[in-house]
Design a protein around this ligand. Structure first.
Ligand SMILES: C[S@@+](CC[C@H](N)C(=O)[O-])C[C@H]1O[C@@H](n2cnc3c(N)ncnc32)[C@H](O)[C@@H]1O
Length: 238
């Protein structure tokens, strides 16, 4: 099993990876990057981008997606988390890069972040755009269960899984997507690795993975998570 955690900007690293070498791009890009931010995007006091426009996301998606698509196998697939407003941009960028549109999944959060008493809706779902090349892997459980395009479940909970990364995805969700879309022993690519959820799950499932993250503090967290899973596996094999 090969698990590579690479510190750097994915725009620089992706062009250095072997073409046609990964089975699945599974990633959760940031909802705002300073270098792609038009003046209309504003940051609030906690540094989060507000007022992110579709136009900005379009520029961002068409920048990183072609680099990632080059690394994907001719029968590979892509799963990209995004807000509902950005589904069109992501789908178009993926299909423009030669990964045809398939479906959109919704992750419905049973434990969404509270919004206080402001007159706004509480954001309780995120979209996952699924595009795939012909003959992409799609695991079908024998009894046909578990194939709804709505996936319901909690956000990250509990001290053991929580790392302190502000937008960490829960392992149960990433595992579910990987079991379905990455063949056994296959390779997953996450250009926006964050705290390393994708690679920690790949380690547990005996898959290969490449993760790229530009913040050093998150690289350290990701490495520790993968090491912890590997240590646990070694203990259970002894
Ligand atoms: C939404 S978070 C991913 C969180 C991840 N799914 C997890 O479970 O921890 C996006 C990550 O992308 C990183 N990032 C942003 N721009 C990047 C770039 N150009 N190259 C690599 N990483 C980048 C950010 O530092 C952030 O940690």
């Amino acid at each position: 099993m090969a698990l590579d955690i690479i510190h750097g900007d994915c725009m620089d690293i992706l062009p250095t990876l072997e073409a046609g070498s990964v089975d699945c791009i599974l990633t959760d890009p940031p909802y705002g990057l300073p270098e792609y931010e038009p003046p209309s995007w504003h940051r609030n006091n906690s540094g989060t981008c507000t007022n992110v426009t579709e136009e900005g996301w379009d520029v961002f998606s068409t920048a990183w997606i072609p680099h990632a698509a080059r690394v994907l196998k001719p029968n590979g697939s892509a799963l990209v988390f995004c807000r509902v407003d950005d589904v069109g941009c992501v789908r178009n960028a993926l299909s423009g890069a030669g990964i045809p549109t398939r479906h959109v999944l919704a992750w419905v959060k049973t434990t969404p972040v509270p919004r206080g008493c402001r007159p706004v809706y509480q954001s309780a779902f995120e979209c996952i755009v699924w595009n795939a090349r012909p003959n992409a892997w799609f695991d079908r459980p024998p009894d046909g269960r578990d194939r709804w395009n709505v996936i319901e479940g909690t956000t990250v909970r509990g001290k053991i899984e929580r790392t302190g990364h502000p937008t960490q995805k829960p392992e149960w969700l990433i595992e579910r997507l990987m079991r379905r879309h990455v063949p056994p022993g296959g390779t997953v690519l996450d250009p926006f690795l964050g705290s390393g959820t994708t690679l920690a799950v790949a380690a547990r499932l005996g898959m290969n993975g490449i993760g790229i993250e530009r913040e050093e503090r998150y690289i350290a967290i990701a490495e520790a998570r993968v090491e912890a899973v590997q240590q646990q596996l070694r203990l259970t094999m002894d």
